[in-house]
Design a protein around this ligand. Structure first.
Ligand code: FAD
Length: 50
């Protein structure tokens, strides 16, 4: 995994994809963001409807 310093914002490359935006997925997303890691959260229903 690349460090945030190595990442090139012009390239559409993610460090992680989180499946599900329940409390677990949202918590993981929070900590990925705190670490500066590029990621997307995919939710098939409603966000946070846990
Ligand atoms: C009827 C009921 C009552 C409950 N009451 C309580 C309570 O009073 N107190 C308590 O502490 N706990 C309660 N729980 C338990 C609590 O809801 C779960 O422990 C908690 O929601 C688990 O969180 P999670 O983020 O792991 O999963 P979830 O909250 O289930 O979130 C998972 C998310 O992933 C999404 N998802 C799944 N598969 C995909 C896919 N392939 N692509 C995209 N998105 C996807 C889902 O749509 C969902 O939004 C209850 C559970 C139920 C069923």
């Amino acid at each position: 995994m690349k460090s945030p310093q190595q990442m090139d914002d012009s390239v559409d490359v993610l460090d992680a994809v989180v499946i599900g935006a329940g409390w677990a997925g949202l918590g993981v997303s929070y900590w990925l963001a705190r670490r500066g890691l590029r990621h997307r959260v995919l939710e098939r229903g409603r966000i946070g409807e846990t």
